[in-house]
Design a protein around this ligand. Structure first.
Ligand code: SF4
Length: 200
């Protein structure tokens, strides 16, 4: 039997298959919105993602190596995008004093001026969520965070700043516990991107 999620007989009688295809549709919406923004500002989608990342993360994370893991793409591709952003004057490079081959990158003044026009590219995805009840949102977040955890466990995606990969995180019988905040975390408190995260 063809058990592909795209086999319609399988898909229409199997909720897991339907959910996989639904997630793919949502990622198409995300990609389409990112492309729209990229066309408007004459940037590539990954260049926009890099600029948005630089705007919201600590300088120590803003290196070619870290970005390559973050976006699951090669260092060479990130390096090309960084070169292009430098030539457009949207980012600046800071050399590492201890290792002259290494550097961090940050937004330039021009990049900072542009960022508010770029960082809302996925805004349309928020609308259907705000129309859901809090309970449905909480259930959805609980399921999505478990899917992300599982995909990371199977080396399919990175999980660089999520609770599950943090040294302060412990699974407890009641659910989750953060040793830094010294409190139990409900499912909705699990962070996907925590500024205090420390890799295990
Ligand atoms: S420090 Fe942040 S990432 Fe780590 S367990 Fe606590 S809330 Fe989660």
């Amino acid at each position: 039997m063809n058990d592909s999620v795209y086999n319609l007989e399988n898909q229409n009688s199997n909720l897991s298959s339907k959910i996989v295809v639904a997630l793919e549709k949502i990622s198409e919406a995300y990609r389409a919105m990112l492309w729209e923004k990229a066309k408007e500002y004459k940037l590539s989608p990954i260049q926009i993602q890099i600029l948005v990342f630089l705007n919201t993360h600590k300088l120590k994370y803003c290196t070619v190596s870290y970005l390559a893991v973050e976006f699951n793409i090669t260092k060479a591709t990130i390096s090309d995008s960084v070169k292009s952003l430098l030539s457009k004057g949207l980012i600046e490079k800071q050399a590492d004093e201890k290792d002259t081959r290494s550097y961090t990158i940050s937004l330039s003044d021009t990049g900072n001026n542009l960022i508010t026009n770029l960082n809302n590219y996925s805004g349309e995805l928020v609308n259907p969520l705000t129309e859901m009840s809090s309970e449905n949102q909480e259930n959805l977040w609980g399921s999505l965070s478990e899917i992300i955890r599982n995909l990371h466990h199977n080396n399919i995606i990175s999980m660089q700043r999520m609770c599950f990969s943090c040294k302060y995180y412990t699974a407890v019988p009641e659910g989750h516990y953060c040793g830094l905040l010294e409190k139990e975390l409900k499912s909705i408190d699990i962070r996907l991107d925590c500024p205090e995260h420390k890799q295990k």
